[in-house]
Design a binder for this molecule. Structure first.
Ligand code: HEC
Length: 132
């Protein structure tokens, strides 16, 4: 019995890093599915939308070199967990007149939004993103 427990424990320890890695990859895949068409996670790589590298904790409309709509530039929104969740659900409800939606309609599924925000946090400074 003890031996079995030991085997189980060492197996679990072996599997742990692999699982963490898989979780990270999975988050990236969800981001790719929904956002990558228009957004890069590479610094300064602005495409149809601005780079989302470091977006958590950033003031809306401030990524250098990206030509934002006046609505985004003029908003006082700070991107953290709560504002990102609302934005991904329905961008126009957070900042009306933005150029992301339309065409983008947002994601109704809260579980998917949560994964995308977890990914955005991974590509942002560690201490950013706590809702005030
Ligand atoms: C069809 C293209 C498109 C898709 C798909 C898209 N976006 Fe955007 N996104 C944009 C555009 C364009 C802007 C700039 C809006 C503006 O200036 O009004 C933007 C802006 C943003 C901003 C504001 C960034 C800043 O620097 O203030 C965030 C955050 C964002 N998008 C997150 C996402 C996330 C997360 C997804 C996936 C769930 C996503 N977007 C999907 C086009 C898109």
């Amino acid at each position: 019995m003890t031996r079995l427990l030991k085997v189980a424990t060492s197996l679990a320890l072996l599997l742990l890093p692999i699982e963490v890695q898989a979780a990270d990859d999975q988050l990236e895949l969800v981001f790719n599915d929904h956002c990558r068409e228009c957004h890069s996670f590479v610094k300064d790589d602005n495409r149809l939308g601005p780079s989302l590298e470091g977006v958590v904790g950033r003031k809306a409309g401030t990524e250098p070199g990206y030509n934002y709509s006046d609505s985004l530039k003029g908003s006082e929104v700070i991107w953290h967990e709560a504002t990102l969740d609302q934005w991904i659900a329905n961008p126009g409800a957070v900042i009306p007149g933005n150029t992301m939606s339309p065409p983008y309609n947002g994601i109704a599924d809260a579980a998917i939004r949560k994964k995308i925000i977890a990914y955005l946090k991974q590509i942002s400074p560690q201490d950013a993103g706590k809702s005030p």
